[in-house]
Design a protein around this ligand. Structure first.
Ligand SMILES: Nc1ncnc2c1ncn2[C@@H]1O[C@H](COP(=O)(O)OP(=O)(O)OP(=O)(O)O)[C@@H](O)[C@H]1O
Ligand SMILES: [Mg+2]
Length: 387
């Protein structure tokens, strides 16, 4: 079994606390992705699990066994790094075999393990080549092969694809997904800065920030039910817009009078007494759409970015404040400089008070998450008034 249990795990370097209060249960066979801003401790946490970094507080159990003081080679773990650092004078097969030779395995065992890894990673035709005769993606596959030959219970990946160009990243990402599918009982923990990798590979994403865990959940759960403004803006690209305002009517549908003059109807309940509280209405750029009717946001387009599949509209880029961004499907020539009216569905909007989502208020348990289906187009959630 390869389940992991982190209990109150902490890491400090002298006086500097890097991580604290990390509680995390990872089931055997899960694909977990760590994301978070640079320097938040993702690599440090991975290295503590690998045994490459001392755990300064709390406990780590793997398969029910306490691992804090167990050396890396005895943890049943293999780690793949961003810089694959292959031995340049060794063939692909010898690179993959190196750790097995050190461990004193027989020639037959080594041949079998490297054949198997070569097949899984489609490296069979390249087993006798030197690394310099491989593409970047093939080299990274050799680095993964070095992990596979050891047949670990747990795979740790630290940004394994970040040195690859865009097309290779996509191809290798899909290979990693297929690799995981071929090893359903092996556990994988994967660090990345890439939104697409996190969303597509993970069973659950762990968002790390400020030395702790900000939220853990299925990718779409984090996208649709972020607990905080931080998670809301970290997951999704461009980041979620936050429009400040005050609650003007409570109930199952909350009405917010926005500072910018619009009115938003948000399908997150508030209760009597909430009238007047300051909130931020969160709207993802892709949830905004143009309307002829009531708008919740109206503004002059300062800048457009035409990506073909979508067009990004930027509002308020000159001011000190963060621009509002809308992402419209398709091509929209000539919008720059024009005034545009935008709305969004009540069920697609978020509501934050003091940085926290009102959906998670008072620790009330939410019903189990089910992805939101695309909404009917005629349910506009906005009204715009200059009054
Ligand atoms: N040996 C060390 N002594 C002191 N501080 C350290 C040491 N190693 C790492 N740190 C600090 O620990 C923090 C976490 O580093 P870590 O490498 O885990 O970040 P990360 O989330 O992986 O960042 P990135 O996304 O840039 O890779 C950083 O602020 C870093 O400066
Ligand atoms: Mg790192």
């Amino acid at each position: 079994m390869a389940d992991l249990k982190l209990t109150n795990v902490a890491k400090s370097y002298g006086d500097v606390d890097v991580l604290r209060n990390i509680d995390l249960d990872i089931a055997s066979g899960e694909f977990i992705v760590f994301v978070g801003p640079s320097g938040c401790g993702k690599s440090t946490l991975l290295r503590m699990i690998a045994g490459l970094e001392r755990i300064t507080g709390g406990t780590l159990d793997i398969g029910g066994q306490r691992m804090n003081d167990i050396p890396p080679s005895q943890r049943g773990i293999a780690m793949v790094f961003q810089s694959y650092a292959l031995y340049p004078h060794m063939t692909v097969r010898d690179n993959m075999a190196f750790a097995l030779k050190i461990a004193g395995q027989s020639k037959e065992q080594i041949r079998e393990a490297t054949d198997r890894a070569g097949k899984m990673l489609q490296l069979t035709p390249y087993l006798d080549r030197l690394p310099k005769a491989l593409s970047g993606g093939q080299r990274q596959r050799v680095a993964i092969g070095r992990a596979i030959v050891r047949d670990p219970q747990v795979y740790l990946f630290d940004e394994p694809l970040s040195n690859l160009d865009a097309a290779l990243r996509v191809a290798t990402r899909i290979e990693i997904a297929q690799l995981k599918a071929s090893m359903p009982d092996r556990t994988m923990i994967y660090v990345t800065h890439d939104q697409t990798e996190a969303m597509t590979l993970a069973d659950r994403i762990v968002v790390l920030a400020g030395g702790g865990i900000a939220q853990v959940g299925a990718p779409l759960e984090l996208y649709e039910r972020p607990m905080t403004e931080f998670v809301a803006q970290f997951i999704g690209s461009p980041a979620m817009n936050l429009l400040p305002g005050r609650v003007s009517a409570t109930g199952d549908l909350t009405t917010v009078t926005l500072d910018g003059g619009g009115v938003a109807h948000v399908a997150i309940p508030t209760r009597a007494g909430d009238e007047g509280i300051r909130v931020n209405v969160g709207i993802r750029p892709e949830d905004m759409r143009e309307t002829e009717g009531e708008a919740l946001f109206e503004g002059k387009v300062d800048l457009t970015e035409a990506l073909g599949e979508v067009t990004l509209l930027y509002f308020g880029t000159q001011g000190q404040q963060v621009p509002v961004i809308a992402k419209l499907p398709g091509i929209h020539p000539g919008l720059s400089g024009r005034s545009v009216r935008l709305t969004a569905d009540p069920g697609a909007m978020h509501l934050f008070h003091e940085g926290r989502s009102l959906l998670y208020r008072d620790g009330v348990a939410l019903p189990p998450y089910a992805p939101r289906a695309a909404a009917a187009p005629d349910h506009a959630g906005g009204a715009f008034s200059q009054a």
